[in-house]
Design a protein around this ligand. Sequence first.
Ligand SMILES: Nc1ncnc2c1ncn2[C@@H]1O[C@H](COP(=O)(O)OP(=O)(O)OP(=O)(O)O)[C@@H](O)[C@H]1O
Ligand SMILES: [Mg+2]
Length: 386
Amino acid sequence: MPPYLAGRKEEEIEFRRLLRQTTILENLVITGLRGVGKTVLLESLKPIAIQEGWLWVGNDLSESVSISEESVATRILRDMSVITSRITVTRPAPESAGFIETQAKDTLAYPFLRRLYDETPGLVSDKLKYVLEYIWAFLPQLQKKGIIFAYDEAQNMSDQAKKEQFPLSLILEVFQSLQRKNLSYLLVLTGLPTLFPKLVEARTYSERMFHVLFLKRLSEEDTKDAILKPIQDAECPIRFNEKSVNRIVGMSGGYPYFIQFICKEAYDTWLQQIEAGENTIVPAEAIISKLDSDFYAGRWAKVTERQKDLLWIIANLTTSESEFTGNEIAEASRSQLQKPISHSQVNQMLARLSDAGLIFKNRHGKYCFAVPLFGQFIKRTMETAS
Ligand SMILES: Nc1ncnc2c1ncn2[C@@H]1O[C@H](COP(=O)(O)OP(=O)(O)OP(=O)(O)O)[C@@H](O)[C@H]1O
Ligand SMILES: [Mg+2]
């Protein structure tokens, strides 16, 4: 968590609105580019939910968990059991014990939930629904309004028709069914911009089932807060002057990961400069080159030469930081490349770059960079290389 979470007030208001639903009609998707602050926003919603009387269950959906319906179901049962293990149930003691009159106590810990799940007949979705409905009956014991399932990195989940595994559809179907029965299970999914299109592809009703928060870069004012508030403490040996703050605002483009990265580098150098009795400056070039090797280089290394040509064309479009089309790229390549890229090749390459997580197709069918300030990096790197 950052020492100060800048901006994101509107997102908090939206979340609080969703918590006021008595029947859950809207769930939440938090999406945005790499490093824009999805995970920390999700973390910051947790105490709000708890304070409002909800239970919070959550985890990261790593690729290995997302692979099959069974592993997603197990993940949900395990996460659920963290809170349900506090619930006690009484059940008739086994007759062989000879105490037919008495009852044994059990808790809804994982082994219990697992047994319930395994003994329920039907598909994975039937079993999961049964267990979650069963648990719901005990909620009055805990005096809670409902249960939030918060899953980060949810773009990792994919339905795979070839393997007959539909983990994404499973989650959507189970939650929709529970919500229809008026059980307050609220789903909060976080992930890269590929997430929401994936949900809609899996189940068209996802379009209505989710409220989407697309996190953007921070405004200039919020960026300044993100830089200055953590060092406002009087004991802090660092004080940035206005020029330095503006420099960092400009370099970071308001992207939280960059703000944090640049500030850390700046603090470290300033402390050394102060110690050495030198004038303090933000060493912009050195920081950018470190950012290039720490953040971009790994992604860039996986790009083929021809893809680099294509990305160069995109970086030089006037709309590179917003959205662009295959047509625009093919058009520009004709005038800018010795060997232009044909329209159909452009489309194939865009699909591949999208699989690699470098670009994504937005809801209007246009493409965007999935990596913040990617255009600037491409220009820097390719200009130095040539
Ligand atoms: N609103 C904010 N104010 C200040 N710092 C922030 C803010 N949002 C995020 N950060 C900082 O930016 C960095 C990136 O945030 P985070 O990991 O939440 O991004 P993300 O969108 O989840 O990234 P990824 O796509 O890689 O999962 C973190 O170090 C975090 O502390
Ligand atoms: Mg994250």
